[in-house]
Design a protein around this ligand. Structure first.
Ligand code: ARG
Length: 463
């Protein structure tokens, strides 16, 4: 192992090797290397523009940093523990490449504003990737919904059969959830996109730096107004993890549904071989691993959010080393959401087959049209609560006689109430039950057509 460095003349001995390992973040913050290079290049240009270093020096720094980028791309930049973190690793390599002028790079900044800048540049890019993944997910949901307007599926409350639905309507609920996710991430982005660069260690700097220039070079929308806040704020990480947690909630709810839809008890979907796995011992099994893993991974993202909230709550101003702990959870949160969105999009696109025959039977084998009998009576002037009680009675006797509502004769209906006529059969057929729910936002086919059109336009206009 390379000789441990001492910090400055103030230190007489090097770090204990175990403490050096404990202290180091290079193993994970190497993820930030590209952003560190980009941030440092902007800083170098600003130093020259402000007359703090010469133009030639800035060019040497920028070129040297670019060489490190190339080395990184070629897999040749692999700093070890002795570098401590990515910021030191880059600076050390820069000095090796350009010589003493490399030692000027850190003028007027601190690793505290530097790491904040890097993390924001990283997250900015990741948010855009996740937003476009959300758009892909929505496109697949919408395609699937458009193909399944006429496919009926039991709708549930309390996981008890409630009222039949169009499968399109059911699927589009997830479109709406992920639409909010997409919007929420856009909102978070605005607070990620603020530059802390130039806040220094905590109090600003004595050099005549130009923070707005680095912000502009790096594409930041604004700069932190207070240097203490700038170096110690991690609200943006928490906000992102909260938004990521909600994405996971939505994916996990869908996963749960797919898992039981695929069970022998429901049999609503078949899993295609490309997206399911077998058992090592039970040859008949086909397991819904993708939705199970998504459901399982959800806890990790919630955990990272919780860890960040707890980590922040007792921190005095300004930077504290605790803040180094923000990275692993953030990176894992980002990677988990991306992996889950990718897998679920593939699953929906080509891994699921809705069993329309079975679904058609399912909506025809229960009492989920009972509300429609009550509505039928109420539409003919019988107060709803009275109608509700009458239908409750008829459901009870039908269950006792092993019949469904559609099996009752017209005489039986009319014994119940004289207003029943032959059109009761049409009124309680599953398709009509769905079609009739034509209130705005309901499952009625006319509503669905409208919802799908609106969704299609939304996707088109935000591409
Ligand atoms: N590796 C550190 C982090 O991730 C960089 C900032 C270190 N700053 C300091 N004052 N020790 O937070």
């Amino acid at each position: 192992m390379t000789q441990q460095k001492t910090w400055s003349q103030r230190f007489e001995s090097a770090l204990h090797p175990a403490i050096a390992r404990f202290n180091a973040s290079i193993n994970f913050d190497i993820e930030l290397v590209e952003y560190d290079l980009t941030g440092s290049q902007a800083h170098a240009k600003m130093l020259a523009k402000s007359g703090i270093i010469s133009q030639t020096e800035a060019e040497q720094l920028v070129t040297g940093l670019e060489q490190i980028r190339q080395e990184h791309h070629q897999g040749k930049f692999n700093p070890g523990i002795e570098a401590e973190d990515v910021h030191f690793a880059v600076e050390r390599r820069l000095v090796e490449i350009v010589g003493d002028v490399g030692k000027k790079l850190h003028t007027g900044r601190s690793r505290n504003d530097q790491v904040g800048t890097d993390t924001r540049l990283y997250l900015r890019e990741q948010i855009q990737v996740i937003r476009s993944q959300l758009r892909e997910f929505q496109t697949v949901i919408l395609d699937l919904a458009e193909k399944n307007i006429e496919t009926l599926i039991p709708g549930y409350t309390h996981l008890q059969r409630a009222q039949p639905l169009s499968l399109a309507h059911h699927l589009m609920a997830y479109f709406q959830m992920t639409q909010r996710d997409w919007e929420r991430l856009g909102d978070v982005y605005q607070r990620v996109n603020i530059s802390p660069l130039g806040c220094g260690a905590l109090a600003g700097t004595t050099f005549p730096i130009d923070r707005r220039y680095t912000a502009e070079l790096l594409g930041f929308e604004d700069i932190y107004a207070n240097s203490l806040d700038g170096v110690s704020d991690r609200d943006f990480v928490i906000e992102f993890l909260a938004a990521a947690s909600l994405i996971m909630v939505h994916l996990s709810r869908l996963s749960e549904e797919i898992i039981f839809w695929a069970s022998a008890e429901f049999k609503f979907v078949n899993l295609k071989d490309s997206c399911a796995t077998g058992s090592s011992i039970m040859p008949q099994k086909k397991n819904p691993d993708v939705p199970e893993l998504v459901r399982g991974k959800t806890g990790r993202v919630f955990g990272h959010l919780q860890a960040m909230l707890v980590m922040m709550k007792g921190l005095p101003l300004a930077y504290n080393k605790d803040l180094q702990e923000d990275k692993e959870g953030l990176f894992d949160g980002v990677n988990t959401v991306k992996a889950c969105l990718e897998a679920m999009t593939i699953l929906l696109k080509e891994g699921l087959e809705f069993r329309s025959q079975r679904l058609a039977e399912a909506v025809n084998e229960d009492f989920s049209n009972a509300t429609d009998v009550a509505d039928y009576l109420a539409a003919k002037g019988i107060p709803f609560r009275e109608a509700y009680n009458l239908v409750g009675k008829v459901v009870k006797t039908s269950i006792e006689n092993g019949k469904l509502l559609k099996d009752l004769s017209l005489t039986e209906w009319q014994e119940l109430h004289p207003v029943f006529a032959a059109d009761i059969y049409e009124a309680i057929s599953p398709r009509q039950v769905v079609a009739a729910r034509n209130s705005e936002g309901g499952t009625g086919f006319a509503q669905i057509e409208q919802a799908l059109k609106t969704a299609r336009n939304l996707l088109k206009n935000t591409k």
